[in-house]
Design a protein around this ligand. Structure first.
Ligand code: ADP
Length: 499
Protein backbone atom coordinates (compact mmCIF):
# COMPACT_ATOMS: atom_id res chain seq x y z
CA UNK A 1 0.00 0.00 0.00
CA UNK A 2 2.79 2.46 0.97
CA UNK A 3 5.35 0.92 -1.42
CA UNK A 4 4.76 3.25 -4.42
CA UNK A 5 5.31 6.21 -2.10
CA UNK A 6 8.33 4.74 -0.41
CA UNK A 7 10.15 3.43 -3.53
CA UNK A 8 9.75 6.82 -5.24
CA UNK A 9 7.44 5.72 -8.09
CA UNK A 10 4.61 7.99 -6.77
CA UNK A 11 6.43 10.93 -5.13
CA UNK A 12 3.35 13.19 -5.22
CA UNK A 13 1.51 10.68 -2.98
CA UNK A 14 4.28 10.95 -0.44
CA UNK A 15 4.15 14.75 -0.58
CA UNK A 16 0.37 14.68 0.04
CA UNK A 17 0.88 12.31 2.98
CA UNK A 18 3.63 14.57 4.40
CA UNK A 19 1.38 17.65 4.08
CA UNK A 20 -1.50 15.78 5.72
CA UNK A 21 0.79 14.77 8.62
CA UNK A 22 2.00 18.36 9.06
CA UNK A 23 -1.60 19.66 8.99
CA UNK A 24 -2.57 17.03 11.55
CA UNK A 25 0.24 18.13 13.88
CA UNK A 26 -0.70 21.80 13.54
CA UNK A 27 -4.37 21.03 14.14
CA UNK A 28 -3.47 18.93 17.21
CA UNK A 29 -1.42 21.81 18.57
CA UNK A 30 -4.15 24.42 18.09
CA UNK A 31 -6.76 22.13 19.63
CA UNK A 32 -4.55 21.00 22.51
CA UNK A 33 -3.42 24.44 23.74
CA UNK A 34 -6.87 25.97 24.40
CA UNK A 35 -8.02 22.53 25.59
CA UNK A 36 -5.30 22.41 28.23
CA UNK A 37 -5.89 26.03 29.24
CA UNK A 38 -9.62 25.58 29.73
CA UNK A 39 -9.02 22.28 31.55
CA UNK A 40 -6.75 24.01 34.10
CA UNK A 41 -8.91 27.12 34.47
CA UNK A 42 -12.12 25.09 34.85
CA UNK A 43 -10.52 22.61 37.23
CA UNK A 44 -9.26 25.24 39.65
CA UNK A 45 -12.52 27.19 39.43
CA UNK A 46 -14.54 24.04 40.13
CA UNK A 47 -12.24 23.16 42.98
CA UNK A 48 -12.78 26.53 44.70
CA UNK A 49 -16.54 26.19 44.19
CA UNK A 50 -16.45 22.63 45.57
CA UNK A 51 -14.50 23.65 48.66
CA UNK A 52 -16.93 26.48 49.38
CA UNK A 53 -19.89 24.15 48.84
CA UNK A 54 -18.44 21.66 51.31
CA UNK A 55 -17.77 24.44 53.86
CA UNK A 56 -21.36 25.63 53.45
CA UNK A 57 -22.65 22.08 53.87
CA UNK A 58 -20.62 21.52 57.04
CA UNK A 59 -21.81 24.85 58.43
CA UNK A 60 -25.39 23.58 58.21
CA UNK A 61 -24.78 20.31 60.06
CA UNK A 62 -26.19 19.87 63.53
CA UNK A 63 -23.98 20.24 66.61
CA UNK A 64 -24.12 16.49 67.25
CA UNK A 65 -22.90 15.70 63.74
CA UNK A 66 -20.16 18.29 64.02
CA UNK A 67 -19.13 16.87 67.39
CA UNK A 68 -18.66 13.48 65.73
CA UNK A 69 -16.38 14.88 63.04
CA UNK A 70 -12.64 15.11 63.52
CA UNK A 71 -11.63 18.70 62.53
CA UNK A 72 -8.50 17.24 60.95
CA UNK A 73 -10.70 15.03 58.76
CA UNK A 74 -12.61 18.09 57.55
CA UNK A 75 -9.49 20.10 56.85
CA UNK A 76 -7.86 17.16 55.01
CA UNK A 77 -10.91 16.79 52.80
CA UNK A 78 -11.03 20.54 52.21
CA UNK A 79 -7.38 20.77 51.24
CA UNK A 80 -5.83 17.39 50.33
CA UNK A 81 -8.84 15.60 48.87
CA UNK A 82 -9.75 18.57 46.69
CA UNK A 83 -6.10 18.94 45.66
CA UNK A 84 -6.19 15.25 44.62
CA UNK A 85 -9.29 15.90 42.53
CA UNK A 86 -7.53 18.89 40.94
CA UNK A 87 -4.68 16.57 39.94
CA UNK A 88 -7.18 14.06 38.55
CA UNK A 89 -9.06 16.63 36.47
CA UNK A 90 -6.12 18.72 35.31
CA UNK A 91 -3.57 15.95 34.69
CA UNK A 92 -4.72 12.35 35.03
CA UNK A 93 -7.99 12.43 33.10
CA UNK A 94 -6.66 14.45 30.12
CA UNK A 95 -3.55 12.26 29.97
CA UNK A 96 -5.56 9.03 30.26
CA UNK A 97 -7.99 10.21 27.57
CA UNK A 98 -5.16 11.24 25.28
CA UNK A 99 -3.38 7.89 25.86
CA UNK A 100 -6.56 5.95 25.07
CA UNK A 101 -7.16 8.09 21.98
CA UNK A 102 -3.64 7.55 20.60
CA UNK A 103 -3.84 3.80 21.25
CA UNK A 104 -7.24 3.51 19.57
CA UNK A 105 -5.96 5.51 16.60
CA UNK A 106 -2.91 3.28 16.21
CA UNK A 107 -5.04 0.14 16.70
CA UNK A 108 -7.55 1.28 14.06
CA UNK A 109 -4.79 2.26 11.61
CA UNK A 110 -2.91 -1.02 12.05
CA UNK A 111 -6.10 -3.11 11.79
CA UNK A 112 -7.07 -1.37 8.55
CA UNK A 113 -3.57 -1.86 7.20
CA UNK A 114 -3.15 -5.48 8.30
CA UNK A 115 -5.17 -7.09 11.06
CA UNK A 116 -2.57 -9.82 11.72
CA UNK A 117 0.09 -7.21 12.46
CA UNK A 118 -2.39 -5.36 14.73
CA UNK A 119 -3.18 -8.62 16.53
CA UNK A 120 0.51 -9.34 17.14
CA UNK A 121 1.05 -5.88 18.58
CA UNK A 122 -2.03 -5.70 20.81
CA UNK A 123 -2.40 -9.37 21.82
CA UNK A 124 -1.05 -8.79 25.35
CA UNK A 125 -3.38 -5.88 26.16
CA UNK A 126 -6.21 -8.04 27.63
CA UNK A 127 -3.70 -9.70 30.00
CA UNK A 128 -2.47 -6.25 31.08
CA UNK A 129 -6.06 -5.18 31.81
CA UNK A 130 -6.70 -8.32 33.87
CA UNK A 131 -3.59 -7.59 35.95
CA UNK A 132 -4.64 -3.95 36.47
CA UNK A 133 -8.10 -5.06 37.56
CA UNK A 134 -6.59 -7.52 40.04
CA UNK A 135 -4.36 -4.76 41.47
CA UNK A 136 -7.34 -2.45 41.91
CA UNK A 137 -9.27 -5.17 43.75
CA UNK A 138 -6.33 -6.07 45.93
CA UNK A 139 -5.35 -2.54 46.79
CA UNK A 140 -8.86 -1.24 47.64
CA UNK A 141 -8.86 -2.04 51.36
CA UNK A 142 -5.14 -1.29 51.65
CA UNK A 143 -5.65 2.19 50.22
CA UNK A 144 -8.46 2.83 52.73
CA UNK A 145 -6.26 1.69 55.61
CA UNK A 146 -3.34 3.84 54.43
CA UNK A 147 -5.62 6.90 54.18
CA UNK A 148 -7.04 6.23 57.64
CA UNK A 149 -3.55 5.89 59.10
CA UNK A 150 -2.46 9.14 57.42
CA UNK A 151 -5.47 10.91 58.96
CA UNK A 152 -4.69 9.51 62.41
CA UNK A 153 -1.07 10.63 62.13
CA UNK A 154 -2.17 14.09 61.09
CA UNK A 155 -4.70 14.32 63.99
CA UNK A 156 -2.07 13.17 66.47
CA UNK A 157 0.36 15.74 65.10
CA UNK A 158 -2.19 18.58 65.58
CA UNK A 159 -2.95 17.31 69.08
CA UNK A 160 0.76 17.18 69.85
CA UNK A 161 1.37 20.73 68.60
CA UNK A 162 -1.54 22.17 70.56
CA UNK A 163 -0.46 20.22 73.65
CA UNK A 164 3.21 21.27 73.63
CA UNK A 165 2.58 23.81 76.42
CA UNK A 166 0.93 21.12 78.57
CA UNK A 167 3.82 18.72 78.02
CA UNK A 168 6.31 21.41 78.97
CA UNK A 169 4.27 22.36 82.03
CA UNK A 170 4.49 18.74 83.16
CA UNK A 171 8.21 18.53 82.41
CA UNK A 172 7.64 15.99 79.66
CA UNK A 173 8.83 18.14 76.76
CA UNK A 174 6.61 16.16 74.42
CA UNK A 175 9.11 13.31 74.29
CA UNK A 176 6.65 10.87 75.84
CA UNK A 177 3.97 11.45 73.23
CA UNK A 178 4.36 7.93 71.93
CA UNK A 179 1.02 8.06 70.13
CA UNK A 180 2.58 10.40 67.57
CA UNK A 181 5.63 8.20 67.02
CA UNK A 182 3.44 5.09 66.77
CA UNK A 183 1.11 6.68 64.24
CA UNK A 184 4.02 7.82 62.03
CA UNK A 185 5.49 4.33 62.23
CA UNK A 186 2.11 2.86 61.25
CA UNK A 187 1.90 5.32 58.35
CA UNK A 188 5.34 4.27 57.14
CA UNK A 189 4.32 0.59 57.30
CA UNK A 190 0.99 1.07 55.54
CA UNK A 191 2.46 3.26 52.79
CA UNK A 192 5.25 0.76 52.19
CA UNK A 193 2.80 -2.15 52.18
CA UNK A 194 0.69 -0.39 49.56
CA UNK A 195 3.69 0.36 47.35
CA UNK A 196 5.21 -3.12 47.72
CA UNK A 197 1.91 -4.80 46.92
CA UNK A 198 1.00 -2.65 43.97
CA UNK A 199 4.36 -2.05 42.34
CA UNK A 200 5.15 -5.60 41.06
CA UNK A 201 1.69 -5.89 39.53
CA UNK A 202 1.94 -2.44 38.02
CA UNK A 203 5.32 -3.36 36.51
CA UNK A 204 3.84 -6.63 35.23
CA UNK A 205 0.97 -4.76 33.54
CA UNK A 206 3.43 -2.30 32.02
CA UNK A 207 5.63 -5.12 30.71
CA UNK A 208 2.57 -6.79 29.16
CA UNK A 209 1.62 -3.57 27.40
CA UNK A 210 5.16 -3.03 26.13
CA UNK A 211 5.76 -6.63 25.07
CA UNK A 212 3.64 -6.18 21.94
CA UNK A 213 6.51 -4.47 20.19
CA UNK A 214 8.77 -7.51 20.82
CA UNK A 215 6.15 -9.90 19.46
CA UNK A 216 5.70 -7.65 16.43
CA UNK A 217 9.44 -7.54 15.70
CA UNK A 218 9.63 -11.34 16.15
CA UNK A 219 6.64 -11.95 13.84
CA UNK A 220 7.92 -9.35 11.36
CA UNK A 221 10.37 -11.78 9.74
CA UNK A 222 7.47 -14.07 8.77
CA UNK A 223 5.40 -11.14 7.42
CA UNK A 224 8.40 -10.01 5.35
CA UNK A 225 9.31 -13.54 4.25
CA UNK A 226 5.73 -14.23 3.17
CA UNK A 227 5.66 -10.96 1.21
CA UNK A 228 2.82 -9.51 3.30
CA UNK A 229 4.93 -6.38 3.85
CA UNK A 230 8.20 -5.05 2.49
CA UNK A 231 11.03 -4.41 4.97
CA UNK A 232 10.59 -0.63 4.62
CA UNK A 233 6.83 -0.89 5.19
CA UNK A 234 7.44 -3.08 8.20
CA UNK A 235 9.83 -0.50 9.62
CA UNK A 236 7.18 2.23 9.19
CA UNK A 237 4.50 0.07 10.80
CA UNK A 238 6.79 -0.73 13.74
CA UNK A 239 7.56 2.96 14.26
CA UNK A 240 3.85 3.85 14.22
CA UNK A 241 3.04 1.01 16.62
CA UNK A 242 5.89 2.06 18.92
CA UNK A 243 4.29 5.52 19.11
CA UNK A 244 1.52 4.00 21.25
CA UNK A 245 3.82 2.33 23.81
CA UNK A 246 4.49 5.43 25.92
CA UNK A 247 0.75 6.31 26.09
CA UNK A 248 0.01 2.70 27.10
CA UNK A 249 2.56 2.82 29.90
CA UNK A 250 1.24 6.21 30.98
CA UNK A 251 -2.24 4.72 31.03
CA UNK A 252 -1.17 1.83 33.31
CA UNK A 253 0.45 4.09 35.91
CA UNK A 254 -2.23 6.75 35.83
CA UNK A 255 -5.07 4.25 35.92
CA UNK A 256 -3.70 3.00 39.27
CA UNK A 257 -3.22 6.56 40.53
CA UNK A 258 -6.81 7.24 39.53
CA UNK A 259 -7.97 4.37 41.75
CA UNK A 260 -6.04 5.86 44.67
CA UNK A 261 -7.51 9.31 44.10
CA UNK A 262 -11.01 7.81 43.87
CA UNK A 263 -10.65 7.49 47.67
CA UNK A 264 -10.44 11.29 47.92
CA UNK A 265 -13.69 11.69 46.01
CA UNK A 266 -15.26 9.10 48.33
CA UNK A 267 -14.20 11.08 51.42
CA UNK A 268 -15.67 14.31 50.05
CA UNK A 269 -18.88 12.49 49.09
CA UNK A 270 -19.20 11.04 52.60
CA UNK A 271 -19.12 14.55 54.07
CA UNK A 272 -21.53 15.92 51.48
CA UNK A 273 -23.96 13.06 52.20
CA UNK A 274 -24.24 13.99 55.89
CA UNK A 275 -27.79 15.09 56.54
CA UNK A 276 -28.28 18.78 57.19
CA UNK A 277 -30.82 20.14 59.66
CA UNK A 278 -34.20 20.39 58.04
CA UNK A 279 -36.73 23.20 58.01
CA UNK A 280 -39.00 25.12 55.70
CA UNK A 281 -38.48 28.76 54.89
CA UNK A 282 -41.88 29.76 56.27
CA UNK A 283 -40.73 33.15 57.60
CA UNK A 284 -39.98 33.96 61.21
CA UNK A 285 -42.92 34.40 63.59
CA UNK A 286 -43.55 37.63 65.46
CA UNK A 287 -42.21 37.69 69.02
CA UNK A 288 -39.69 35.44 70.71
CA UNK A 289 -41.55 33.65 73.49
CA UNK A 290 -40.06 30.20 73.92
CA UNK A 291 -42.08 27.12 74.72
CA UNK A 292 -40.51 23.72 75.42
CA UNK A 293 -42.85 20.77 75.60
CA UNK A 294 -41.59 17.47 77.07
CA UNK A 295 -38.23 17.83 75.38
CA UNK A 296 -35.89 14.84 75.54
CA UNK A 297 -32.40 14.58 74.12
CA UNK A 298 -29.95 11.72 73.93
CA UNK A 299 -26.50 12.07 72.35
CA UNK A 300 -25.99 9.45 69.63
CA UNK A 301 -23.10 7.85 71.52
CA UNK A 302 -24.79 7.98 74.95
CA UNK A 303 -26.69 5.22 76.72
CA UNK A 304 -29.12 7.53 78.53
CA UNK A 305 -30.90 10.82 77.97
CA UNK A 306 -28.98 14.02 78.67
CA UNK A 307 -32.35 15.73 79.07
CA UNK A 308 -35.67 14.07 79.72
CA UNK A 309 -39.14 15.59 79.56
CA UNK A 310 -38.16 19.20 80.06
CA UNK A 311 -41.14 21.52 79.73
CA UNK A 312 -40.77 25.23 80.28
CA UNK A 313 -42.01 28.51 79.04
CA UNK A 314 -39.81 31.61 78.69
CA UNK A 315 -41.77 34.77 77.83
CA UNK A 316 -39.96 37.30 75.60
CA UNK A 317 -37.98 39.93 77.44
CA UNK A 318 -37.38 37.93 80.61
CA UNK A 319 -34.00 37.12 82.09
CA UNK A 320 -33.64 33.52 83.08
CA UNK A 321 -31.00 31.50 84.86
CA UNK A 322 -30.71 27.79 84.30
CA UNK A 323 -28.99 26.12 87.20
CA UNK A 324 -28.19 22.54 87.97
CA UNK A 325 -25.31 20.20 88.72
CA UNK A 326 -22.49 19.63 86.30
CA UNK A 327 -23.63 17.12 83.68
CA UNK A 328 -27.27 18.00 84.41
CA UNK A 329 -27.91 18.99 80.79
CA UNK A 330 -27.71 22.81 80.97
CA UNK A 331 -25.49 23.25 77.90
CA UNK A 332 -27.54 20.65 76.05
CA UNK A 333 -30.68 22.65 76.80
CA UNK A 334 -29.03 25.82 75.51
CA UNK A 335 -27.96 24.09 72.30
CA UNK A 336 -31.51 22.82 71.78
CA UNK A 337 -32.96 26.30 72.37
CA UNK A 338 -30.54 27.75 69.79
CA UNK A 339 -31.36 24.83 67.46
CA UNK A 340 -27.79 23.69 67.18
CA UNK A 341 -29.48 20.26 67.17
CA UNK A 342 -33.00 18.87 67.31
CA UNK A 343 -34.55 17.04 70.30
CA UNK A 344 -34.94 13.28 70.25
CA UNK A 345 -38.59 13.80 71.22
CA UNK A 346 -40.82 16.66 72.32
CA UNK A 347 -40.99 20.02 70.65
CA UNK A 348 -39.77 23.59 70.87
CA UNK A 349 -41.89 26.54 69.75
CA UNK A 350 -41.01 30.18 69.23
CA UNK A 351 -43.15 33.29 68.75
CA UNK A 352 -46.10 35.10 70.30
CA UNK A 353 -48.48 32.58 71.91
CA UNK A 354 -51.03 33.26 69.16
CA UNK A 355 -48.61 32.68 66.28
CA UNK A 356 -45.93 30.42 67.76
CA UNK A 357 -44.23 28.11 65.27
CA UNK A 358 -42.55 24.77 65.87
CA UNK A 359 -38.75 24.93 65.39
CA UNK A 360 -38.71 22.14 62.83
CA UNK A 361 -41.06 24.17 60.62
CA UNK A 362 -38.47 26.93 60.35
CA UNK A 363 -35.38 27.23 58.24
CA UNK A 364 -32.44 26.83 60.70
CA UNK A 365 -30.59 29.69 59.02
CA UNK A 366 -33.55 32.05 59.48
CA UNK A 367 -34.17 30.88 63.03
CA UNK A 368 -30.55 31.75 63.79
CA UNK A 369 -31.45 35.42 63.49
CA UNK A 370 -33.46 35.13 66.72
CA UNK A 371 -30.43 34.05 68.78
CA UNK A 372 -27.02 35.22 69.87
CA UNK A 373 -24.90 32.81 71.87
CA UNK A 374 -21.80 33.24 73.97
CA UNK A 375 -20.24 29.87 74.64
CA UNK A 376 -17.94 29.03 77.52
CA UNK A 377 -15.08 28.60 75.07
CA UNK A 378 -15.50 31.68 72.96
CA UNK A 379 -14.16 31.73 69.44
CA UNK A 380 -12.26 34.81 68.30
CA UNK A 381 -10.62 35.24 64.93
CA UNK A 382 -7.31 36.61 63.81
CA UNK A 383 -8.21 40.20 62.87
CA UNK A 384 -9.29 43.53 64.30
CA UNK A 385 -11.60 43.89 67.29
CA UNK A 386 -14.09 45.44 64.85
CA UNK A 387 -14.00 42.33 62.63
CA UNK A 388 -14.52 40.10 65.64
CA UNK A 389 -17.52 42.11 66.77
CA UNK A 390 -19.18 42.64 63.37
CA UNK A 391 -18.01 39.27 61.97
CA UNK A 392 -17.29 41.03 58.71
CA UNK A 393 -20.69 42.72 58.37
CA UNK A 394 -19.67 46.15 57.11
CA UNK A 395 -23.16 47.61 57.49
CA UNK A 396 -22.37 48.49 61.13
CA UNK A 397 -20.99 52.00 61.58
CA UNK A 398 -17.90 52.76 63.67
CA UNK A 399 -20.14 54.53 66.15
CA UNK A 400 -22.38 51.47 66.59
CA UNK A 401 -19.36 49.27 67.18
CA UNK A 402 -17.91 51.84 69.59
CA UNK A 403 -21.15 51.89 71.60
CA UNK A 404 -21.36 48.09 71.75
CA UNK A 405 -17.75 47.86 72.94
CA UNK A 406 -18.38 50.52 75.59
CA UNK A 407 -21.56 48.88 76.87
CA UNK A 408 -19.86 45.47 76.98
CA UNK A 409 -17.02 47.01 79.06
CA UNK A 410 -14.41 46.38 76.39
CA UNK A 411 -12.15 49.05 77.85
CA UNK A 412 -8.89 47.24 77.11
CA UNK A 413 -8.87 47.66 73.31
CA UNK A 414 -10.11 49.92 70.54
CA UNK A 415 -11.97 48.56 67.55
CA UNK A 416 -8.83 48.83 65.42
CA UNK A 417 -6.63 46.78 67.72
CA UNK A 418 -5.65 43.37 66.46
CA UNK A 419 -6.61 40.08 68.03
CA UNK A 420 -4.38 37.06 67.60
CA UNK A 421 -5.72 33.71 66.40
CA UNK A 422 -8.26 32.24 68.88
CA UNK A 423 -7.85 35.47 70.92
CA UNK A 424 -4.58 34.18 72.43
CA UNK A 425 -3.46 37.73 73.32
CA UNK A 426 -6.54 38.31 75.53
CA UNK A 427 -7.65 37.00 78.90
CA UNK A 428 -10.76 34.79 79.22
CA UNK A 429 -12.87 37.67 80.55
CA UNK A 430 -11.71 40.00 77.78
CA UNK A 431 -12.65 37.44 75.17
CA UNK A 432 -16.09 36.99 76.77
CA UNK A 433 -16.72 40.73 76.72
CA UNK A 434 -15.88 40.99 73.02
CA UNK A 435 -18.43 38.23 72.42
CA UNK A 436 -20.99 40.09 74.50
CA UNK A 437 -20.32 43.22 72.38
CA UNK A 438 -21.07 41.00 69.36
CA UNK A 439 -24.48 40.12 70.91
CA UNK A 440 -25.20 43.76 71.74
CA UNK A 441 -24.47 44.81 68.17
CA UNK A 442 -26.58 42.08 66.60
CA UNK A 443 -29.54 42.88 68.87
CA UNK A 444 -30.89 39.33 68.56
CA UNK A 445 -34.15 38.96 70.54
CA UNK A 446 -32.79 36.01 72.57
CA UNK A 447 -29.28 35.95 74.05
CA UNK A 448 -27.88 32.69 75.40
CA UNK A 449 -24.89 32.72 77.73
CA UNK A 450 -23.20 29.47 78.67
CA UNK A 451 -21.42 29.83 82.04
CA UNK A 452 -19.55 32.84 80.75
CA UNK A 453 -18.29 33.95 84.15
CA UNK A 454 -17.59 30.56 85.70
CA UNK A 455 -13.85 30.51 85.10
CA UNK A 456 -13.16 34.21 85.51
CA UNK A 457 -11.37 36.02 88.31
CA UNK A 458 -13.35 38.41 90.46
CA UNK A 459 -12.40 41.56 88.47
CA UNK A 460 -13.07 40.04 85.07
CA UNK A 461 -16.21 38.42 86.41
CA UNK A 462 -17.58 41.74 87.71
CA UNK A 463 -16.93 43.53 84.40
CA UNK A 464 -18.51 40.64 82.47
CA UNK A 465 -21.54 40.64 84.83
CA UNK A 466 -21.99 44.35 84.12
CA UNK A 467 -21.79 43.63 80.40
CA UNK A 468 -24.42 40.89 80.77
CA UNK A 469 -26.65 43.31 82.68
CA UNK A 470 -26.58 45.63 79.69
CA UNK A 471 -27.97 42.82 77.53
CA UNK A 472 -31.06 42.50 79.73
CA UNK A 473 -33.81 44.89 78.86
CA UNK A 474 -33.17 44.63 75.13
CA UNK A 475 -34.58 41.09 74.93
CA UNK A 476 -34.61 37.65 76.50
CA UNK A 477 -31.42 36.64 78.29
CA UNK A 478 -30.94 33.01 79.22
CA UNK A 479 -27.89 32.38 81.36
CA UNK A 480 -26.42 29.12 82.50
CA UNK A 481 -25.05 29.88 85.89
CA UNK A 482 -23.48 27.66 88.48
CA UNK A 483 -23.20 30.64 90.84
CA UNK A 484 -26.36 32.66 91.25
CA UNK A 485 -24.98 36.13 91.07
CA UNK A 486 -26.59 37.57 87.99
CA UNK A 487 -28.40 40.71 89.19
CA UNK A 488 -30.62 40.65 86.14
CA UNK A 489 -32.08 37.20 86.65
CA UNK A 490 -35.79 37.28 87.21
CA UNK A 491 -36.63 33.60 86.70
CA UNK A 492 -34.88 30.42 87.66
CA UNK A 493 -35.08 26.93 86.20
CA UNK A 494 -33.52 24.01 87.95
CA UNK A 495 -32.45 21.04 85.94
CA UNK A 496 -32.44 17.56 87.50
CA UNK A 497 -33.43 18.70 90.96
CA UNK A 498 -33.66 15.03 91.89
CA UNK A 499 -29.87 14.70 91.73
P1 ADP B 1 -23.97 20.58 81.88
O1 ADP B 1 -23.90 21.71 80.91
O2 ADP B 1 -25.14 20.70 82.80
O3 ADP B 1 -22.72 20.36 82.62
P2 ADP B 1 -24.17 18.95 79.51
O4 ADP B 1 -25.39 19.45 78.86
O5 ADP B 1 -22.87 19.42 78.98
O6 ADP B 1 -24.26 19.24 81.06
O7 ADP B 1 -24.15 17.37 79.47
C1 ADP B 1 -25.28 16.60 79.85
C2 ADP B 1 -24.94 15.12 79.69
O8 ADP B 1 -24.73 14.82 78.34
C3 ADP B 1 -23.68 14.71 80.44
O9 ADP B 1 -23.92 13.44 81.00
C4 ADP B 1 -22.61 14.62 79.37
O10 ADP B 1 -21.68 13.63 79.67
C5 ADP B 1 -23.45 14.24 78.16
N1 ADP B 1 -22.86 14.81 76.93
C6 ADP B 1 -22.60 16.10 76.69
N2 ADP B 1 -22.10 16.27 75.45
C7 ADP B 1 -22.04 15.04 74.90
C8 ADP B 1 -21.62 14.53 73.64
N3 ADP B 1 -21.16 15.32 72.66
N4 ADP B 1 -21.70 13.20 73.41
C9 ADP B 1 -22.17 12.37 74.39
N5 ADP B 1 -22.60 12.78 75.59
C10 ADP B 1 -22.52 14.10 75.86
Amino acid sequence: MFSPWLDGSEPEGLAVAACAAAAFMLLSYFIAVPGYRSTYIDTYRQSVAGRLQLAEHIRKLSAEQLAGLDPERISRSMMNDFADLETVCSHLLPEICSAVFVCLLVAAGLTIYNWQIALCFFCCIPAAFLILRAVVRRSGSMTDTQRKTALEASSNLSEFISGIATFKANCMGGAKFSRLTDSFEQLRKQSLRLEVTMMPFALMAMSCMGSGIGILVFAGQYFIASGTVTPVEFLCVTLIAARSIVPMLTFSVEFLELQYFAGSAKKIRELMMMKQMEGKSAGLPEGSDLQLDRVCYRYPSAAKDALSNVSLSIPAGTSVAIVGPSGGGKSTLLRLIARCMDPTSGQLMIGDPASAVCYTDLDPEELNRKFSIVFQNTVLFNGSVRFNVTLGDESFTREQVENALKTARVDFATQDDLIAEYGQNLSGGERQRICIARCLLRKAPVVLLDEVTSSLDVWNSRATQQAISSLAGSGTVIVIANRLQSPTTTELYLLKTDL
